[in-house]
Write a protein that binds this ligand. Structure first.
Ligand code: ZN
Length: 460
């Protein structure tokens, strides 16, 4: 069995073979920290988290290096500061903190390295000097630009030829460009905006340059996987490749380029005016992070995803099914919680998460139907092992059913006290009273389940 992944460069599913045997390096473009992450921003974070977990499962914990940057210098951040009057450093610090908390609530692991653009200015200057020395970049009217026409491989990732790029006006036409397709490496920074002393004056870097410098520093000139959303293929990733390959004179930057599909919400492009603009932060007030995560993984990462609140509710019901089976299996020690073969096969097929989840439902049926403790232990282990690689089912089933207490909800201590009172009524054979209490709890959204082992509860 081999991991196969769709490579945007070749437009084919390819067998994954790392550049250095047994070691994997992966770079994913991280957030530009000026606003709360919306659910579209969360999709690549969750998708590549599953890939990261899978790679660690295949190659071993210490053999996978995952780098995801923070873009903390960008014109969008400057615009936000101007609009709100908040200090730039305060905006980026606050937004980064919320991003970390939101992504943790979605069950994603932190990357091994999380470089910040502002801490890699020296590397960006060095990369630019090399590009100028090699004739791939030039200075004009205070700007430093990459010369696209000097390099034949430009457009290979996106399939855009230079002429198509110009005709489609997908680049900014500016007087300081030798060719309209050229892109900015550094731009002059006026007083009041972030700027650094460079050989070309007081400048701030372009976004594409940031990722080339940070990936080189943390993963080297060539590395295995570069990921991001489909919207980054052009110009961002095309330009990263041009910069990195020209600066290092290499035949490739990343060997495999992986891109997740677009995300819509409630059937339409997300927009604040349509009311379907979902930030992760707001969704987390309404739904468990695990249900949001599952809703994202139910669609194959390369497919467009229509994200809906009904979809999260459906995902929550699926998690109820998984956790119910684990809960019924109770204290049975799981057999080795290893990723079972049938789930591994699906994930190795270009990260087919919907198929992997279908296998997890099969395992859940097996667990529900298991007659012996040995069988239960085996299926429980399989379900937990699969859940671990998908970043699901890692909490105690009791905690899942208790959920987080919302405003107006009965708190667990009160519920437990009412259950104790009801048990006393039952012990005294006062069934009218015990039924009345059951109905009262049901009216408050608490469902009781009586079994030989006692009474458990969950929120409906
Ligand atoms: Zn990037």
């Amino acid at each position: 069995m081999t991991l196969r992944i769709h490579n945007t460069l070749s437009r084919e599913k390819e067998a994954f073979k790392p550049l250095q045997e047994g070691k994997v390096g992966m770079y994913v473009c991280g957030p530009t920290v000026y606003d709360l992450a919306h659910i579209g921003n969360a999709r690549p974070v969750v998708v590549f988290d599953v890939l990261y977990r899978l790679l660690k499962n295949i190659y071993g914990e210490g053999n996978v290096k995952y780098v995801r940057n923070i873009t903390d210098v960008d014109d969008k951040i400057n615009a936000k500061a101007q609009e709100t009057g908040e200090d730039i450093a305060a905006i980026t610090e606050r937004t980064t903190k919320i991003f970390h908390a939101d992504m943790a609530a979605l069950g994603t692991l932190p990357p091994d390295e999380e470089p910040r653009a502002t801490q890699h200015i020296k590397e960006m200057i060095a990369l630019t000097e090399t590009l100028i020395d090699k004739g791939h970049a030039y200075k004009k009217e205070g700007h430093v630009l990459f010369s696209v026409t000097e390099w034949d491989d430009y457009g290979k990732l996106s399939g855009n030829s230079r002429d198509e790029i110009i005709a489609g006006a997908r680049v900014e036409v500016a007087p300081y460009k030798k060719d309209d397709a050229d892109f900015v490496l550094w731009k002059p920074s006026e007083a009041g905006l972030p700027g650094w002393d460079t050989p070309w004056g007081r400048c701030r870097p372009g976004w594409h340059l940031e990722c080339s410098a940070m990936s080189k520093k943390h993963l080297g000139e060539k590395f295995d996987i570069h990921g991001g959303g489909q919207d980054l293929i052009f110009p961002h990733h095309e330009n990263e490749i041009a910069q990195s390959r020209c600066a290092h004179s290499t035949d490739l930057m990343a060997k495999y380029w992986m891109h997740n599909g677009y995300l819509m919400a409630e059937g339409e492009k997300m927009s604040k005016s349509l009311g379907n603009f979902y930030t992760v932060h707001d969704l987390l007030k309404e739904f468990p992070g695990e249900a949001i995560r599952l809703a994202l993984l139910k669609t194959h990462y390369r497919q467009p995803l229509d994200f809906t609140k009904d979809g999260i509710a459906e995902a929550k019901r699926e998690l109820d099914r998984f956790y119910t089976a684990l809960r019924i299996a109770g204290d049975i020690e799981p057999g080795s919680a290893k990723l079972p073969e049938e789930v591994l096969i699906e994930l190795e097929d270009d990260l087919n998460t919907p198929a992997a989840l279908a296998r997890m439902h099969d395992i859940t049926s097996d667990l529900n139907n298991a007659s012996s403790d040995d069988e239960k232990a085996k299926f429980k282990g399989n379900l937990l092992g699969a859940g671990h690689v998908l970043g699901l089912l890692q909490q105690d089933p009791e905690d899942w059913f208790k959920g987080e207490t919302q405003e107006g909800d009965l708190i667990p201590a009160v519920i437990e006290a009412l259950i104790a009172e009801r048990n006393e009524a039952r012990a005294n054979k006062d069934f009218d009273r015990s039924d009345e209490m059951r109905d009262q709890l049901a009216a408050d959204g608490i469902v009781l389940e009586d079994s030989a082992d006692g009474t458990t509860w969950k929120r409906s």
